[in-house]
Design a protein around this ligand. Structure first.
Ligand code: RNT
Ligand code: ZN
Length: 429
């Protein structure tokens, strides 16, 4: 980027906000209340966007996991310190509260080979120290992929009891780590379990792996942890590369599992459904019976479930549902995508800003007017008001939010990123 991008002055932001505030107030919307509500919503940033889901195990290889990053933009983080520095740079460009979401393959073992079933809280001490210094909380994930014992495409639901037991021990190890993280941060660490188990074509038996998975999950979730500190979640998926025909842990499997057991949250990943299926309509259905959900904010395109999140209708609809149902505090929000074709810090910032903007847009909806029109049976006015709401000055309120958080409003954050890229990322070979 050669010429610096325009910076909005605080005076210009404040003037635009004052006008926007009046415009919203005339429609019954309190922008100050919306901004205050926005500050109560943490967004968990996923460590794996920073290095294309590589992690720190030398041998880790994503092939066979159904996860694939494409692109060769230079400057990916190679170590824990680089990833931490990159993440902190992203945080400085994102207004509002953030968390950081780690995977087990990001353990730091000081050169010692530690297999997944032997991982301990001490292997995440540097992460915990860093989080404490920044005043943020951590979330965690079991890594059931990129490992020789995952090469067949099956892990926890494997027919070989020894392999299944290995992955069970991995899950147990991760629960102890998540609990330690939660204890250190004096607040819940969400531990998400996603496994790739599935088949490319026409499995002879769709039943047995599901019976095994349910039994293994029951064992895993029965091991004692303090649930104030470790809250498990399970994430379903429709298909992956190499598991096009059958995924053991499908959405329906986990929906039924979590409903019957009440020991884990259900995780919905926006990219894990049929290509034209969206998740917003599922939220009120699930939250009619579940206390909370975990959302993986992502963007599916064709066969890829993990494009960088943008401020689109799907994302807006998710937050409309949460706000309309007064359920913003019943959804844990975590980003999940990976793209190696652009600056990876930029990818974090784009997705996190889009997510928060979608939440703000929902909080600014002229809900009272829209509901009143619907209540009197005036469908035309309801639809017209929804349309008019789309062009209200959301941007002015967003800029004010950025200003209050000391984060660049508008595209000027790209200049900070370009400077960091030049000084830090471009030096990595
Ligand atoms: C994979 C799932 C899962 C992963 C991460 C790396 O399809 O979405 O959440 O993206 O665990
Ligand atoms: Zn996901």
């Amino acid at each position: 980027m050669s010429t610096p991008l325009p910076k909005l002055t605080p005076a210009a932001i404040k003037a635009a906000y004052a006008a926007a505030r009046k415009q919203y107030a005339a429609l019954g919307v309190d922008t100050e209340a919306a901004l205050a509500a926005l500050d109560t919503l943490p967004i968990s940033l996923h460590c794996w966007q920073g290095d294309d889901v590589r992690g720190f195990e030398q041998a880790a290889d994503l092939s066979g996991s159904g996860l694939a990053t494409t692109g060769n933009y230079p400057g990916a983080a190679r170590t824990g310190s680089e990833l931490r520095a990159d993440a902190a740079t992203a945080f400085s460009l994102i207004p509002g509260p953030v968390r950081f979401n780690l995977h087990a393959i990001y353990a730091e073992t000081a050169g010692e080979k530690v297999d997944r079933d032997q991982l301990k809280p001490c292997h995440f001490q540097l992460w915990m120290d860093w989080a404490k210094k920044l005043g943020i909380c951590l979330d965690f994930n079991t890594s059931f992929f990129a490992h020789p014992k995952a090469a067949s495409g099956f892990t926890l639901s494997h027919e070989d009891p020894e392999i299944a037991k290995f992955w069970l021990r991995h899950g147990q190890a991760c629960r102890a780590i998540a609990e330690a993280m939660g204890r250190a941060q004096k607040g819940t660490c969400i531990l998400n379990h996603w496994l790739p188990d599935g088949a490319k074509d026409s499995p002879a038996d769709r039943w047995a792996p599901r019976h095994r998975l349910a039994a293994q999950l029951d064992k895993l979730l029965a091991t004692k942890v303090d649930r104030r500190f470790c809250q498990d979640a399970v994430e379903g998926k429709l298909f992956g590369i190499g598991s096009e025909d059958y995924v053991v842990g499908s959405h329906e499997f986990y929906l039924a599992y979590t409903t019957s057991r009440e020991n884990a949250l259900l995780c919905l990943d926006m990219g894990h459904y049929h290509p034209t299926e969206t998740i917003h309509d599922k939220i009120s259905a699930i939250l009619s019976f579940h206390k909370k959900i975990l959302l993986h904010v992502s963007r599916g395109i064709r066969w890829d479930s993990d494009h960088v999140v943008i401020f689109n209708d799907d994302l807006r609809a998710v937050f409309q549902e949460l706000v309309r149902g007064q359920a913003l505090d019943r959804a844990c929000i975590a980003l999940d995508y990976f793209d190696a074709s652009l600056n990876r810090i930029g990818a974090w910032v784009i997705g996190a800003r889009a997510t928060r903007k979608a939440a703000l847009a929902a909080l600014l909806e002229p809900a009272t007017l829209i509901r009143a029109a619907a209540a009197r049976g005036d469908q035309g006015s309801k639809l017209a008001l929804l349309e008019e709401a789309k062009t209200l000055p959301l941007g002015a309120v967003w800029d004010q939010y950025c200003l209050r958080h000391g984060v660049a409003a508008g595209p000027a954050w790209l200049d900070t990123l370009a400077a960091y890229e030049k000084k830090v990322q471009s030096k990595r070979r």
